[in-house]
Design a protein around this ligand. Sequence first.
Ligand SMILES: [Zn+2]
Length: 260
Amino acid sequence: MELNMPEVNVTAIPAFADNYIWLLSIGGTECAVVDPGDAAPVRQVLRQDGLDLAYVLLTHHHADHIGGAAALAEATGAEVHGPHDPRIPNRPHAVREGETVALPRLGLRFEVLEVPGHTTSHIAFVGHGCLFCGDTLFSVGCGRLFEGTPAQMLASLDKLAALPPATRVYCGHEYTLANCAFALEVEPGNADLLRRARAAEAARAAGRATVPSLLGEELAVNPFLRSRQPAVVAAARRRDPAAEPGVSTLAAIRAWKDTF
Ligand SMILES: [Zn+2]
């Protein structure tokens, strides 16, 4: 679908205990970051790699995703793009579903998807084989429902699940090990999930990130993307005997995970 689009290099800048700030470049000196919750580690990478920050993309208003945006924009002149949400200070360029965010200094373009659930105004950026989904979809998990409903989260996850299976999923946190432990409670017989859990353990033991994952892999192992699968529905019924495939199963396993 994007055969004429440039390849984008994406690297993780770890922040706080388990956040990832994603750094995008195409090999030149200009770059973009996604969800800079903290300016300091971004500044350090810019300095160390001789990069100019041209763009900041924000997925949602939580402080651990936007906390460094204003300071970075102020220091570098970077353009900031994010959702329509008055809780994000300094008025970023606000975008809605169906709009495209153009990053002309990098030759990159991302489509915007509205993915409410974790928060009401959460958005995701899709392009160049990459999905930047903040705290909506995690590897083997999904975000907590702080503001949205299970139905909203399911609709958002369905939207992401419809992207090409080779899409690389760049989420906002390193939560994969804990997510695997929970997912194995839900689907202990899922062989793909067992493999994913072992691979994640090996990656963490070697000090590597477990993300990005591929969307196609997530469809096979992520219980929140599998809320219509019989094994997941059966597990949800241990919590809510009335759970049906879809929204009520997602609601039951999300509530279960909240106290896991
Ligand atoms: Zn969040």
